[in-house]
Design a protein around this ligand. Structure first.
Ligand code: FES
Length: 149
């Protein structure tokens, strides 16, 4: 594929226009594309790879490692990092807060492996945004604001 001239590349490029071109933006970029397009195609992942300068194998690996793009029967996933650093900084409290806010809503609270935010633990990924040094109150608010239409 001539990546930079493809329609998919143009769409992905527009979606990521305001993101810094750096590896640290890989997760937010993948989330944004998947949320906008409804799924994450191979061409879209290749476009993300090119735009952020991250090897495509790493892009594919991250997408599958986090299981971010599994269909979940209409439920919007919310991720709470429960890896070591976040566990030590109160991840369980964040998860409890997220689950309370998700009651009776089409939201699936999921545990996540490290989100790459260990210096800012505990972290969560809600509504396409990474929350750093998150408090249960911030998580509750963010889950309440998740769109699920
Ligand atoms: S352990 Fe949670 S962000 Fe790394």
């Amino acid at each position: 594929m001539d990546t930079q001239n493809s329609a998919v590349y143009q769409v992905v490029s527009a979606l990521l226009e305001d993101l810094p071109r750096e590896r640290a933006q890989l997760l937010p970029a993948l989330w944004r594309v998947a949320e906008s397009e409804g799924y994450l195609s191979q061409d879209a992942m290749e476009a993300v790879s090119k735009i952020l300068g991250v090897p495509s194998a790493e892009v594919f690996g991250v997408a599958s490692f986090y299981s971010l793009f599994e269909g979940e029967e209409g439920r919007v996933p919310v991720y709470i990092c429960t890896d070591v650093m976040c566990a030590l900084q109160g991840a369980q409290n964040l998860k409890d807060a997220a689950e309370k806010s998700a009651v009776n809503r089409p939201i699936a609270v999921k545990e996540s492996a490290c989100l790459g935010q260990c210096d800012h633990a505990p972290a969560a990924w809600i509504g396409g945004k990474v929350l750093r040094r998150a408090s249960p109150e911030e998580v509750k608010t963010a889950v309440t604001e998740v769109r699920h239409d």
